[in-house]
Design a protein around this ligand. Structure first.
Ligand SMILES: Cc1ncc(COP(=O)(O)O)c(C=O)c1O
Length: 449
């Protein structure tokens, strides 16, 4: 890697000439529906560093969108995938058997939250994991309604997008979506939809809203199959719910025989300093979904359900590529790396330090309204001013772009939240340097207001 003190390294203002050429070609042939935060054209990546096609080197605070929790191209993951590739790349696990999927499922069952016996359905993505959880919830309960939260992101296929509710663009002109999906407010304590400033009261009011308004006025509770939630809302803005929320949600679900589906596609696989974010609140969900970091970049998704819930019949749901053996081998290796390198403890410890540092920035800053997170899933919400809390959308974008141009790949979530989600094994010197650059850009943008 050469001299580490030179990292990040910007040798040409991005996008450079090679990037521009690829961007032009991309514009001609790639679907315009993608999000694209800024014109970063990646050539290669290793550990916590991303190289663009013009030779610039960035510190990665995105982990390739919460996927590379063990860093890019971890040697143990690469080795496991290569070894598997030499033996078997595909043989349709929905129709036949092989060991890599069994091994990964055994491991997932072992680390799943709670003590219940579980089994695993494998797909290829987060959305497919959510689709499986959705169909399974209905199949198992024979009930039709699903409750999901405003601000949620569960994916973009028809079932998953019917649960998603974080930006109108995700749904515009796609309706009619799946019927019988009810959206309710999420306890976003910094902007509580019920107007209270007290986080615990915000959570309580959310539970009451579901029970006393939704389930008492128009949705027969005995027809509700499941409540889908993100333990920390991701795309919605890295929103951590109040401490009492999930315990109360579990009690509410149990009162009516409703399943709890915990979407850990972004927050899981160690990101928050525990295998699953829901473990921070000691609540056992009925179904857990995982994808993103599960395969360290090799596509895989999983729905991990209690044994008694995953009772659907042969032929009811499957996918040709689901549980691809190479992805399963990469998944198993990723879990081993997190265990061997003690990355859960590391993410907790360093995440707390990052939060402390950013809270100091918040105190000095006029535009940092809130800093929140668990482990390495940290949100910094920018506001026009701290009294009105008006989201500083333009400013957040400006901070993101300037930080990137200075060599730190970071993106936003929600309206104006900078999200910090580095690989769990990012070297401390890179982490500190990236944070210094981010802080400098916040101060710079603020000083221009
Ligand atoms: C919480 C959550 N669920 C589901 C998804 C969808 O995953 P995928 O893009 O792999 O379909 C995402 C993607 O960002 C996510 O963050």
């Amino acid at each position: 890697m050469g001299d580490r003190t030179e990292i990040p390294k910007i040798i040409v203002t991005p996008p450079g000439p090679k990037a521009k050429e690829i961007l032009e070609r991309d514009k001609e042939v790639i679907s315009p529906s993608y999000v694209r935060f800024y014109p970063l054209v990646v050539d290669r990546a290793e550990g916590s560093l991303v190289h663009d096609v013009d030779g610039n080197i960035y510190i990665d605070l995105n982990s390739g969108l919460a996927v590379m929790n063990v860093g890019h191209k971890h040697p143990k993951v690469m080795e496991a995938a290569k070894r598997q590739m030499e033996k078997l790349v595909h043989y349709s696990n929905t129709d036949f058997f092989y060991e890599p999927s069994v091994k990964l499922a055994e491991k997932l069952v072992e680390i799943a939250p709670g003590s219940s016996k579980r089994r695993v359905y494998f797909g290829n993505s987060g959305a497919e994991a959510v689709e499986a959880a959705l169909k399974l919830s209905r199949w198992h309960t024979r009930r039709q309604y699903i409750i999901a939260f405003i601000g949620a992101f569960h994916g973009r296929t028809y079932g998953a997008v019917s649960l998603t509710a974080s930006k109108p663009v995700q749904r515009r002109y796609f309706s009619p979506l799946l019927p019988s999906i009810i959206h309710v407010p999420y306890p976003y304590a910094y902007r509580c939809p019920f107007g209270t400033k007290d986080p615990e009261e915000c959570a309580q009011r959310t539970i009451e809203f579901i029970e006393e308004w939704v389930l008492s006025k128009y949705t027969p509770p005995e027809e509700v199959a499941a409540i889908f939630f993100e333990p920390i809302q991701g795309e919605g803005g890295y929103i951590v719910p109040p401490d009492n929320f999930f315990l109360e949600l579990r009690k509410l679900a149990d009162r009516y025989g409703i399943l709890l589906v915990d979407d850990e596609v972004q927050a899981g696989m160690g990101r928050t300093g525990k295998w699953w974010a829901i473990e921070h609140w000691g609540v056992e969900p009925d179904i857990v979904t995982s994808a993103k970091a599960l395969g360290s970049g090799f596509p895989i998704g999983a729905a991990i359900a209690k044994d008694e819930v995953m009772d659907w019949e042969g032929g009811s749901h499957a996918s040709t590529f689901g549980g691809n053996p190479v992805s399963c081998a990469a998944g198993l290796a990723s879990i081993s790396v997190i265990e061997e390198e003690k990355l859960l403890d590391r993410a907790s410890r360093l995440g707390n330090e990052v939060i402390k540092r950013l809270k100091e920035l918040q105190e000095r800053s006029r535009i940092v309204g809130d800093v929140r997170g668990k482990g390495f899933m940290i949100g910094v919400e920018l506001v026009k001013d701290k009294a009105t809390k008006k989201p500083a959308e333009k400013e957040a974008r400006e901070v993101m772009i300037r930080t990137w141009r200075s060599g730190v790949a970071v993106i936003t979530a929600g309206k104006s939240v900078i999200r910090i989600a580095p690989p769990l094994n990012i070297p401390e010197e890179y982490l500190n340097r990236a944070l210094s650059i981010l802080e400098e850009k916040v101060r710079e943008v603020e000083s221009e207001l």
